[in-house]
Ligand binder design. Structure first.
Ligand SMILES: Nc1ncnc2c1ncn2[C@@H]1O[C@H](COP(=O)(O)OP(=O)(O)OP(=O)(O)O)[C@@H](O)[C@H]1O
Ligand SMILES: O=C(O)C1=C[C@@H](O)[C@@H](O)[C@H](O)C1
Ligand SMILES: [Mg+2]
Length: 176
């Protein structure tokens, strides 16, 4: 089957839920952020320091392109994947794109103690999350085939909701 691609803000649960989804469906799993770290041998904050956000975005596009060439993959993307138009096009072409739409307050609670997200290392991370969420939400929506309210329920619960949504999506798209 084609790739299942999870998109959404930092802290939406793409990595956590994606791993469990892949395990349940016996598919391969990849995380774009982790693949970039593995390839470069340095952390994401270091890539931002050395190459700026633009450098990171170029690596992200290259990695999305490579990873989605093979089917049977659950792909957890980075939170900013949709800001690059080519990524949006590639993802829609090569997989079923699922947007985990999580309220800002929940995103803030989940990310507040994690230093690994350079865009949130600012004086007011809550406000930054709100700004990014507002700017990106329309892009997540235009890219996604499936949109799920992902704020409630533990990761296993989210996986169940994704599986139900996939079944509905497939039934709808197969109808003559
Ligand atoms: N459904 C959930 N319920 C409760 N906690 C969750 C849920 N999903 C994720 N978390 C927790 O929230 C934090 C962030 O999750 P995760 O790293 O999976 O987000 P992400 O969408 O991959 O973020 P990023 O875009 O920065 O990679 C983790 O500590 C994870 O354990
Ligand atoms: O929201 C973003 O722009 C980012 C999210 C993370 O997953 C990483 O891809 C990186 O920190 C940038
Ligand atoms: Mg992640």
């Amino acid at each position: 089957m084609s790739c299942l691609i999870l998109i959404g803000m930092m802290g939406a649960g793409k990595t956590t839920v994606g791993k469990e989804l892949a395990r349940r469906r016996r598919m391969r799993f990849a995380d774009c952020d982790q693949a970039i770290v593995a390839r470069t041998g340095v952390s994401i904050p270091t890539i931002f320091e050395l190459e700026g956000e633009a450098g990171f975005r170029r690596r992200e596009t290259q990695m999305i392109d490579e990873l989605t060439r093979e089917p049977d993959l659950v792909l957890a993307t980075g939170g900013g994947v949709v800001v690059t138009p080519l990524n949006r096009e590639l993802m829609r072409e090569r997989g079923i794109v699922i947007y985990l739409d999580v309220p800002t307050q929940v995103l803030f609670e989940r990310t507040r103690h994690d230093r690994n997200r350079p865009l949130l290392q600012v004086e007011n991370p809550r406000q930054r999350i709100e700004e990014l969420h507002r700017a990106r939400d329309p892009l997540y929506r235009e890219t996604a085939h499936i949109i799920l309210a992902g704020g409630r329920g533990n990761p296993c619960n989210m996986v169940r909701q994704i599986e139900e949504a996939l079944a509905r999506y497939k039934a709808d798209t197969c109808r003559p």
